[in-house]
Design a protein around this ligand. Structure first.
Ligand code: GLA
Length: 389
């Protein structure tokens, strides 16, 4: 995470007003991919990359948003906010503000500065970090206290309705609710969750394939449509099945022929992934790291072969990880089609693992990857610091 003092001083020199500052983390998903919008299970952890948001009130009715990452400023009229984004970086913070306005909150003039270090388009939820940081900042300015699950829902709506990306709830939920040194098993049906401690002996090594992905892109949307097609076919026979969360492999054996071959494969991934995710949380809680690693391998194979959401580079990254000492489990994480792999690695070997993986990936693919040794971090929070000024 960047030093909040950097953002504070940028904000003060631009807006001449002492801000309140909030941080919201990105995330890595240990297991449970494309299950959230099927009301299934996911097990992400918040990580130590984050977006910082500094906020202060204004006398006029303007909403001014400055991004230090883009080095650009945008101005909007608080009284007449747009209903949809304009394919701009500002869609994410503005979408949150617009959804809050739609909830009946009167939005005053405000200045918002943002600075983040979550790598963009890498499957580490940079968008959710921006949304959740904005939501915390603006609700604090409005003096309203949203329960965290509701705050996450509001941010998801900003992405679905304002940005136009059809994502589920996982990313916003973990950014708002993460806990240091823990993964979080989330039931995306009722948003109940259980924390699973990540032992100090386990490092989270995140390996960026450098292949960009986008949730707003067509592949994510078409996979989601196939998952929904499969659920609709099963529902013809078993009306109580509204989402694949309620379906079984047995349902696929019976009625899979009524689906498109793609819908059948996607459904097989989602149904088996739900089972794996619950089992993986159990294994983590029991400290059965061998079983956790096995489930991650299975999850990657299912994501790659049945869901067809991997890419050659990610498959290579996972395959190379398996040749290295210290690996517990590896898989592609996030929305798919590029981005990062998550490697659970024995803590004492994490440095040498990261170095060897970077070297072998570069020589195999010709691409120099970015590898980060991360820590499971706390969810979004206010920065309370005694700045020297
Ligand atoms: C993206 C979406 C999430 C989830 C994952 C896939 O990160 O934002 O809601 O669907 O992809 O598991």
């Amino acid at each position: 995470m960047h030093d909040p003092e950097v953002l504070r001083s940028l904000h003060v020199s631009r807006f001449k007003y002492e801000p309140e500052i909030f941080a919201a983390p990105g995330r890595v998903n240990l297991i449970g991919e494309h299950t959230d919008y099927a009301e299934g299970f996911v097990m992400p952890a918040a990580i130590d990359f984050a977006t910082l948001a500094a906020i202060s009130p204004r006398d006029d009715d303007k909403i001014i948003i400055y991004s230090e990452n883009f080095k650009e400023e945008r101005t909007f009229d608080a009284a007449s906010l747009p209903k949809h984004g304009g394919k701009d970086w500002s869609d994410y913070p503005l979408g949150v503000i617009a959804i809050l306005a739609g909830e009946g909150h009167r939005i005053p003039g405000l200045s918002l500065s943002m600075l983040g270090d979550v790598p963009l388009g890498s499957g580490l939820s940079s968008s959710a970090a921006v949304e959740v940081a904005t939501a915390l900042a603006v609700t604090s300015l409005l003096d309203i206290d949203y329960p965290r699950p509701q705050l996450a829902r509001l941010c998801q709506r900003a992405e679905n309705e304002f940005v136009g990306a059809n994502c589920g709830i996982m990313d916003q939920f973990i950014s708002a609710n993460g806990a240091a040194n823990h993964a979080l098993l989330l039931d995306c049906r009722d948003l109940s969750f259980k924390l699973a401690p990540i032992p100090a002996s386990v490092a989270l090594v995140i390996a960026n394939t450098m292949v960009k992905h986008s949730v707003a892109g067509g592949e994510y949307t078409s996979r989601r449509a196939e998952v929904e097609e499969a659920a609709a076919v099963i529902a013809r026979h078993r009306p109580e099945v509204r989402f694949l969360r309620d379906a079984t492999v047995d349902d696929l054996d019976k009625w899979g022929t009524e689906m498109s071959p793609n819908a059948l494969k996607r459904a097989r991934h989602v149904i088996t992934e739900n089972t794996r995710t619950v089992a993986a949380a159990d294994a983590l809680i029991r400290h059965d790291l061998k079983e956790l690693g096995r489930l991650m391998s299975e999850a990657h194979a299912s994501y790659s072969f049945d869901f067809e959401a991997s890419c050659a580079e990610a498959d290579t990254m996972v395959m190379l990880a398996h040749n290295l000492p210290g690996l517990i489990g590896a898989r592609l994480t996030g929305g798919g089609f590029g981005g990062c792999t998550i490697n659970l690695v024995e803590q004492g070997r994490a440095q040498e693992f990261a170095k060897a993986l970077a070297a072998s990936y570069a020589s195999e693919t010709g691409i120099v990857p970015q590898i980060h040794i991360c820590h499971a971090s706390s969810g979004a929070h206010k920065i309370v610091a005694s700045f020297s000024h």
